[in-house]
Design a protein around this ligand. Structure first.
Ligand code: SAM
Length: 291
């Protein structure tokens, strides 16, 4: 092959050569723009001492650029039909391993251990299938993999929610979950025209720098996230009403008022105005009062 996999003409040729038909249900929107690929790869800060874990290599457009920039690449692809195509397109690169499977079901800790034995920093770099963006990102964060950063192309709206600060309508439990584990930053907004076929949502590249320790210290992580979820259960309700319906019996408003007062949180505030630190304090105090 001459030239990069990702050029529009190469992509069309590869698809035609293998008689491949793209599956919408698997979120198959392939990248055909080398400038965008370059931005994605640069955002991860790769070099030969680093590893890249890709989710959904497709026909290998991004994988090829990762193979050129990183020491080792492992890519997980669910669609069996792509395996022979990837074997063909990535044949020139000896530092790429393709794993067949559903990223949501795979043991990623095991995969990372096996695929990156001699690498000290690992990035996840991917153009994610949009139908499972949030579950994939949350799995990567919650499993506490030894990652340096996550650089992914996702729906613009989801990227904005992940990076949102308190006070706006984008801020919610997803913002808090992502910011608990990492520091998200929007890298660039991406036009529809860089994909085949073009998706009908706007896209963005987000970088999440993984924190060495979570943003706040909480005694009970599960309860912390339970409190966060409850606080956003009905966005138009006050924090007080949301917490009351989740954690207290009717008639226990005094108890809740004490918790909020001790936490320094006005009962009339809405969940979207509380910082991650305030949620941490609130969940600690609430837990003590409930026990
Ligand atoms: N990386 C390629 C590119 O940028 O051109 C393809 C990106 S495409 C948006 C998403 C890819 O993820 C597809 O190849 C699709 O088959 C794959 N995929 C979808 N669901 C998956 C899952 N649960 N686990 C692993 N791969 C998945």
């Amino acid at each position: 092959r001459r030239g990069d996999i990702a050029s529009p003409s190469q992509t069309k040729e590869i698809i035609a050569k293998h008689g491949f038909s793209l599956k919408k249900s698997l979120g198959q929107n392939f990248l055909i723009d080398l400038n965008i690929l370059d931005k994605i790869v640069s955002a991860a800060g790769l070099d030969r001492t680093r590893g890249a874990l890709e989710i959904g290599p497709g026909i290998g457009a991004l994988t090829e650029q990762l193979a050129k920039a990183a020491g080792r690449v492992a890519a997980v692809e669910i669609d069996q039909r792509l395996l022979p195509i990837l074997a063909d397109t990535l044949a020139p690169y000896d530092n790429v391993r393709i794993v067949h499977g559903d990223v949501l079901k795979l043991d990623l800790k095991e995969l990372v251990r096996e695929a990156f034995p001699d690498v000290d920093k690992i990035s996840v770099v991917a153009n994610l299938p949009y139908y499972v963006t949030t579950p994939i990102v949350m799995k990567l964060l919650e499993e506490k993999l030894p990652l340096d950063n996550i650089v992914v192309m996702i729906q613009k709206e989801v990227a904005e929610r992940m990076a949102a600060k308190p006070g706006g309508k984008e801020y919610g439990s997803l913002s808090i979950a992502v910011q608990y584990y990492g520091e998200p930053e929007l890298v660039t907004i991406v036009p529809h025209t860089v994909f085949i076929p073009q998706p009908n949502v706007d896209s963005a590249v987000i970088r999440i720098k993984i924190r060495e320790t979570p943003a706040v210290e909480v005694e009970d992580e599960r309860f912390f996230f339970e409190v966060v979820h409850a606080s956003f259960a009905q966005r138009r309700k006050t924090i007080s009403n949301n917490l009351l319906s989740r954690f207290f019996a009717k008639g226990e408003r005094d108890k809740l008022d004490k918790v909020l007062q001790e936490s320094g949180i006005e009962p009339s505030r809405r969940g979207e105005t509380l910082s991650i630190e305030e949620y941490a304090r609130l969940s600690g105090i609430l837990k003590r009062h409930l026990n």
